[in-house]
Write a protein that binds this ligand. Structure first.
Ligand code: F6R
Ligand code: MG
Ligand code: MG
Length: 361
């Protein structure tokens, strides 16, 4: 049976400030999705949150970019926005950039990652969800998972993975995609994806064409033309039996790499892997967080989640992220803690610079 796994997310109101999601928004989403499930519109669902982002994880058989599924997610976000407005939560409806739904939720504000696949005898997947950062945050871990033999032993040992993987990279400014094959073109890939705000990995395929991973790549500032919060991306990765093992998929997050986002979307900081209950970024609105929800898919049912970073083996990564945060914070408003001027273009900074322009004689 071909199953579609859709992860659709939006920040539609923070509790308190931009730190978390109020339980009533989650209850609203669960109520509506369980009605949709009873009507047979979806097979299964799981609602969660990371920081101030509400995450809808859905399974169905309608394929990618299905209008009915996208409309369902939009309706959930609209209903939850009403609750957010009633509670006067912060930034109620923030990511719903359009006044009404029109065909496809992509480009309307929410982030989307979807894969369609023939369910295997056993099908483990990991859904990563991040807050206070942008989609380029996945570039480094995706490279390590699918192209770095020092991370993924299967690239060397497993005959199914040994041929390597194909990366689909999006140029965020032109909207065009390039397909780059590893290991042959590894250096070309790194030339692009090292620029995390300009080139973003959208999909990864096995050489036999099987989808291995997909990320949400929506850039809110490019959609809205102004700063409306960070994109706070999601990522789906398939595991085991010819894909990287669960532990190979999680391994890059043992290193809290620096990502753009954090306070006002304008600061570099470490991406801290946390259990679900610690996904409430409060220090300087951060540091950026990532959670990992593991599921076994069984006839489209979501068996899970397992809270995969709820493991003391990631304590050192969290500790290091705190040490790095402390170090970076002492830089205050100076680069490279603060992002460079081209990336500040979509913040409120240009308004401040405008005021100063006559001072230069
Ligand atoms: C980052 C983020 C927050 C806000 C900050 C200021 O993605 O959402 O760091 O940028 O809390 O928010 P406002 O300007 O709404 O007071
Ligand atoms: Mg917010
Ligand atoms: Mg957020």
């Amino acid at each position: 049976m071909k199953i579609t796994l859709s992860v659709i997310k939006a920040d539609i109101g923070g509790y308190v400030g931009h730190s978390s999601v109020h339980p009533r928004l989650i209850e609203t989403a669960e109520r509506m999705l369980s009605q949709a499930q009873e009507k047979g519109e979806i097979i299964d669902f799981f609602v969660t949150r990371v920081g101030d982002d509400l995450q809808l994880i859905l399974t169905h058989t309608n394929g990618l970019e299905n209008e009915r599924i996208h409309k369902l997610a939009w309706d959930v976000f609209e209903a939850a926005t009403e609750v957010a407005k009633e509670l006067k939560l912060y930034g109620a409806g923030q990511d719903l950039l359009a006044d009404a739904f029109s065909g496809n939720i992509k480009g309307l504000g929410p982030g989307v990652a979807e894969i369609e696949f023939e369910e295997r005898r056993s099908d483990p997947v990991v859904i990563f969800m991040a807050d206070k950062t942008s989609p380029g945050a996945w570039n480094l871990p995706l490279f390590k998972i699918f192209a770095d033999p020092f991370n993924t032993a299967g690239l060397v040992i497993d005959p199914k993975m040994h041929p390597g993987f194909v990366f689909e990279v999006l140029d965020v400014h032109t909207g065009k995609m390039a397909r780059i094959s590893t290991p042959e073109e590894m250096y070309d890939l790194l030339t692009l994806i090292g620029s995390v705000e300009d080139y973003i990995i959208k999909n990864v395929y096995r050489k036999d064409g099987e989808i291995a991973a997909t990320a949400s790549v929506e850039k809110l500032n490019l959609i809205a033309g102004e700063y409306v919060g960070k994109d706070d991306p999601v990522l789906i990765v398939r595991c085991q039996s010819g894909f990287p093992a669960l532990g190979e998929v999680l391994e890059p997050f043992a290193f809290p790499h620096l990502v753009a986002g954090w306070m006002r979307g304008s600061h570099f900081g470490p991406l801290m892997p946390v259990p679900f209950h610690h996904a409430n970024p409060t220090r300087f609105d951060g540091p950026p967080r990532v959670i990992a929800a593991g599921f076994q898919i069984a006839e489209g049912k979501l068996i899970g989640p397992r809270d995969l970073f709820d493991d003391p083996a990631f304590d050192e990564a969290r500790h290091l992220a705190n040490v790095i945060s402390e170090y970076m914070r002492r830089m205050g408003p100076f680069e490279p803690h603060r992002v460079g001027p081209d990336k500040l273009e979509y913040t409120t900074m240009p308004q401040v610079l405008e005021k100063l322009k006559d001072r230069f004689q």
